[in-house]
Design a protein around this ligand. Structure first.
Ligand code: PGA
Length: 253
């Protein structure tokens, strides 16, 4: 039985003061929730705030720290990039890789995303590998082909440790738009991804958490999270409001 994972993707939002309040509210809201009961929570903050969040989350067994990206390189002349070793110094346990905003605005290809996942895995950081189709691709009936291609690159590069990843299905047309895939639409894609994992490794198919992302909120989370292959959420906008984020976590049973 897979446990649920609820990850907040703060994107390029926050200030020292706002983060302090948000992080403390989430910690307080989850105080007394027994980590062994299941749901894990991840906060993916902008890199400059990882140190702040590391302090805020110190001692928590339920809430883990995540980054929004990671370099595929170890070190050296890669201006602006952040290595796995650097992230580890700040207690980072998860790294989002291949978010559609990185693919779209920073030209990240499937091959680059696969190498980022590889670097994370080698460092013991769990990559949250994002896949998802654009509206044009969905309308052209290409959804399954696109997500399969994106996941295939990661499986190809990381086949031996594919059971250690997390996958996030995020239809691009649903991100930040208020348009959510229906639970049935999301489940259909999640089952395609599950079958692909199964073909690679039955252990992976059993174990890998497949998150849904794209306008998940306090009102729609329960119905999405009730689907057989939806093992959690990657939440943007609603993760910036403690009450909404806590409500989503509460609906992950
Ligand atoms: P959203 O973002 O919840 O604001 O749609 C999700 C994401 O991009 O990870």
């Amino acid at each position: 039985m897979r446990t649920k994972l609820i990850a907040g993707n703060w994107k390029m939002n926050g200030t020292l003061a706002d983060n302090e309040l948000l992080c403390k509210s989430i910690r307080t809201g989850l105080a007394g929730v027994d980590a062994s009961q299941g749901t894990s929570v991840v906060l993916c903050a902008p890199s400059v705030y990882l140190s702040q969040l590391q302090s805020c989350l110190a001692g928590s067994s339920t809430i883990h720290l995540g980054s929004q990206d990671v370099s595929s390189h170890d070190k050296g002349a890669f201006t602006g990039e952040i290595s796995t070793a650097m992230l580890k110094e700040f207690g980072v346990r998860y790294a989002i890789v291949g978010h559609s905003e990185r693919r779209q605005y920073h030209g990240e290809t499937d091959a680059v995303v696969a190498l980022k996942a590889k670097a994370a895995l080698a460092a013991g950081i769990t990559p949250i590998v994002c896949v998802g189709e654009s509206l044009a691709e969905r309308e052209a009936g290409l959804t399954n082909d696109v997500v399969r291609r994106q996941l295939a690159a990661v499986i190809h590069e990381n086949g031996h440790c594919i059971s250690e990843i997390v996958v996030a299905y995020e239809p691009v047309w649903a991100i930040g738009t208020g348009k959510t895939a229906t639970p049935e639409m999301a489940q259909a894609v999640h089952s395609v991804l599950r079958a692909q994992l199964h073909a690679a490794s039955s252990v992976a198919a059993e174990r890998v958490q497949i998150l849904y992302g794209g306008s998940m909120n306090a009102a729609n989370a329960a119905s999405l999270l009730a689907m057989a292959d939806i093992d959690g959420g990657l939440i943007g906008g609603a993760a910036l409001r403690a009450a909404d984020f806590l409500s989503i976590i509460a609906s992950a049973k």
